[in-house]
Write a protein of this length. Structure first.
Lengths: 376, 342
């Protein structure tokens, strides 16, 4: 039998109409709770939701939502790689920030021109993210340190290390903003005019994000490594019995998670800010955890989750123009995650009970059991 | 009421500087002064942070009371948001027709650089950021180093041990300006004074402004080593410096606000004075100037002369040295004493 954790992390599949029912219930539930919160706060829910709908359907907003969503999606993928193996990489946040600092420093130094610089920046980010995550993997394997604890601590160290690198090595001062030297124009990731009717370009990293999503699905579901990863996640002892080296799997999975984490800051660095400074987005690693839960570690589910999260984050400015405080967005996001978890759990339990009923019905009348049922 | 007088004095002074030619005049589109729709974008923390943003909010509130027909829309930032979110925030206000738009904090510089040229008839102001410029952008700046110079002088005059300290929230350029002025002020009064400096976090780490425990530890070390006056430039962490001062029976110095009025009542008596940074005055002046069509683009530095930075007298602990401080202030204003911004 499977436990709650298996169901939360999306290891148990729902079939048929149940797979549709769960997200629908979650959305309805989230809208209801949010409406109550809005009413309690003395705001009109209809007005708020109309504003949200208006905002979300404008071309400019759609481009913005995609741009932020790209970072959220990569972050969710980084977290999900670990989740599928019961590895809780809470350190995605530190991994991507440290990776971005080093990559920004290298990119700003412009040691190689043009496209080569883009490649250098990306490779540097991936390597730094992977190495930083490897520390937690090695600690877990050789010293039995829980990766939850070590990655949280490594986040704090990454913050300090990043600050030190910027202030002592890469930093240049612009006004009151201390940041790395900007990456030269020839090494900027070009945007894509994906959405008609707006001058806002969609970040070129959307292609990378889609490829990563496909790679995530292929590696997990169509390769021996992916099978071993999922097997280790489901039962470590069973994996050991069938010849999987769990120690190797832990280190490799952490390294992969960290490598993907290294890419999180790249859309911002190569497509928007071109430098690492006080203004560089922080906390994306934690957003990734929420979105991985929301999307149940499924590549398509996480994409939907990332877009929803990004839509809510981006709409906070519009809601504030309506005098609705920005905290309502955080409430909505929290409610969405909880409703998804609750809705799926309810649907799973319904399925288990329904299955038990069906089995007991069949047992009660064995001779008349229809042949077609056997296929199910 | 003192703030308002200061505000008016500031307004006049700014107008004078403007006439002396500190930037191109901005064409004002609205013919009627009675209907300003002001957009105010906050930095992280927003209204109610008892610090930076609140100071800007106080200026806006003062303007709402004194200028007619002012309607203000305030929009807050979320921690760790990407730059584009700030750009969109400013864009949304400009698009909705808000004019002027005031951005609180240097993190809005990229947003103004991108949006201001697209809305040439909208007027923008940014607090604490000199680099972004344009025909419709006003930079509201503060000579924190001048205020901190006087604070350093006061600390050196009051110190019996000739040993003083500074606790900074993080090693950012903004805080560094306080340190630079403070050190010059101390050395001006007592060239042989020992100055101890501690920072609670690196430049990109804002946590140093929310860690009174760390600040208390840092200040305790300074007092134990012989310092008897410690200047806090650490926002909410400053409460720790005040507690340490109380335990050590020594002096502490507040920042931004008159902290002898705003801090925990139990520690107010250890606050020698505070370095006041009048963001409220700057914001008020700006709005008043927009209302009378006298607003100018470019940099406006709120220094000692404009009353943009100052020291507080609450508690009466520095009445004995006040004449000397006033004299020093005049010397700085008239350029006889030079304070380097670092």
């Amino acid at each position: 039998m499977n436990g709650f954790l298996d169901r939360v992390l999306g290891r148990v599949r729902l079939g048929g109409w149940l797979a549709v029912a769960a997200p629908v219930i979650a959305v309805v539930f989230a809208v209801l709770i949010t409406s109550v919160v809005l009413l309690v706060a003395g705001k009109a829910p209809v007005e708020a939701f109309t504003t949200l709908a208006d905002y979300g359907t404008q071309p400019r907003s759609m481009a913005m939502i995609l741009n932020t969503g790209v970072m959220y999606y990569i972050s969710a993928l980084a977290v999900a790689v670990g989740f599928r193996m019961n590895l809780f990489n809470i350190g995605v946040d530190g991994q991507y920030r440290l990776a971005a600092v080093v990559a920004a420093g290298l990119g700003g130094a412009a040691v190689v021109p043009g496209v080569l610089n883009i490649v250098l920046v990306i490779v540097a980010a991936v390597v730094v993210g992977a190495l930083w995550a490897a520390i937690a993997g090695l600690l877990r394997v050789y010293r039995g340190v829980s990766e939850v604890i070590s990655t949280i601590m490594l986040n704090a160290i990454a913050t300090g290390l990043g600050s030190w690198l910027v202030s002592e090595h890469f930093g240049v001062l612009t006004g009151n903003d201390l940041g790395t030297r900007p990456i030269p124009d020839d090494a900027h990731m070009p945007g894509i005019p994906l959405i008609a009717g707006t001058p806002v370009l969609v970040n070129g990293f959307i292609v990378v994000a889609v490829l990563l999503g496909v790679a995530y699905w292929v590696v997990l579901n169509r390769t021996r490594f992916g099978f071993e990863l999922r097997a280790t996640g489901k039962s470590e002892s069973a994996a050991v019995a069938s010849g999987v080296s769990v120690k190797k799997m832990i280190v490799v999975t952490m390294v992969m998670s960290g490598a993907v984490a290294g890419l999180i800051g790249m859309p911002e660095l190569l497509g928007a800010s071109y430098k690492y400074s006080n203004n560089f987005p922080a906390g994306l690693g934690f957003t990734g955890i929420a979105i991985a839960l929301l999307g149940r570690n499924n590549p398509v589910g996480m994409a939907v989750g990332a877009l929803l999260w990004s839509f809510l984050d981006n709409s906070s400015n519009q809601l504030q123009l309506l005098d609705i405080s920005k905290e309502i967005v955080q409430i909505m996001q929290g409610v969405v995650v909880l409703s998804v978890i609750i809705a799926y759990e309810l649907v799973h339990r319904y399925r288990i009970v329904a299955e038990q009923r069906r089995v007991s019905r069949e047992l009660a009348a064995p001779q008349e059991a229809p042949k077609a049922e056997a296929a199910a | 009421m003192r703030p308002f007088q200061a505000a008016m004095a500031g307004a006049v002074a700014v107008a004078v500087t403007a006439a002396a030619g500190c930037g191109g005049g901005v064409e004002t589109a609205s013919s009627q002064t009675g209907s300003l729709r002001v957009g105010l974008v906050y930095d992280i923390g927003g209204r109610g942070d008892k610090s930076y943003n609140d100071a800007a909010a106080a200026g806006v509130d003062e303007a709402k009371r004194n200028l007619t027909g002012l309607r203000v829309r305030e929009v807050e930032a979320a921690p760790g948001e990407p730059v584009v979110r700030k750009v969109e925030r400013v864009w949304a206000l400009a698009e909705a027709g808000y004019d002027p738009i005031i951005a609180v904090g240097y993190s809005y510089a990229p947003a103004l650089a991108r949006i201001a040229p697209k809305f040439p008839r909208t007027r923008f102001a940014i607090v604490d950021e000199p680099t972004v410029s344009g025909p419709n952008i006003t930079n509201l700046l503060f000579a924190s180093e001048q205020g901190s110079f006087l604070i350093g002088a006061a600390a050196a005059m009051k110190s019996r041990t000739g040993d003083v300290g500074l606790v900074g929230g993080n090693r950012s350029p903004l805080v560094k300006k306080f340190e630079v002025g403070y050190v010059q002020g101390v050395k001006h009064v007592n060239p042989r004074a020992r100055i101890r400096i501690a920072y609670l976090a690196g430049p990109h780490d804002l946590s140093g402004f929310e860690r009174p425990d760390k600040a208390q530890k840092a200040a305790r070390c300074m007092y134990r080593a012989g310092a008897d006056v410690v200047y806090q430039v650490a926002g909410a962490s400053g409460a720790g410096v005040f507690r340490a001062a109380k335990k050590a029976g020594a002096w502490a110095i507040g920042v931004d606000y008159d902290q002898a009025k705003s801090a925990d009542p139990a520690v107010r008596h250890v606050i020698l004075t505070s370095m006041i940074k009048r963001i409220d005055v700057a914001v008020y002046d700006y709005l008043a100037n927009v209302a009378d069509h006298t607003v100018t683009s470019g940099r406006v530095v709120y220094d000692l002369k404009l009353g943009g930075v100052d020291y507080s007298l609450t508690g009466g602990h520095i009445t004995d040295i006040q004449p000397r401080l006033e004299q020093l202030k005049q010397e700085i204003i008239h350029g006889r004493v030079k304070v380097s911004p670092g």
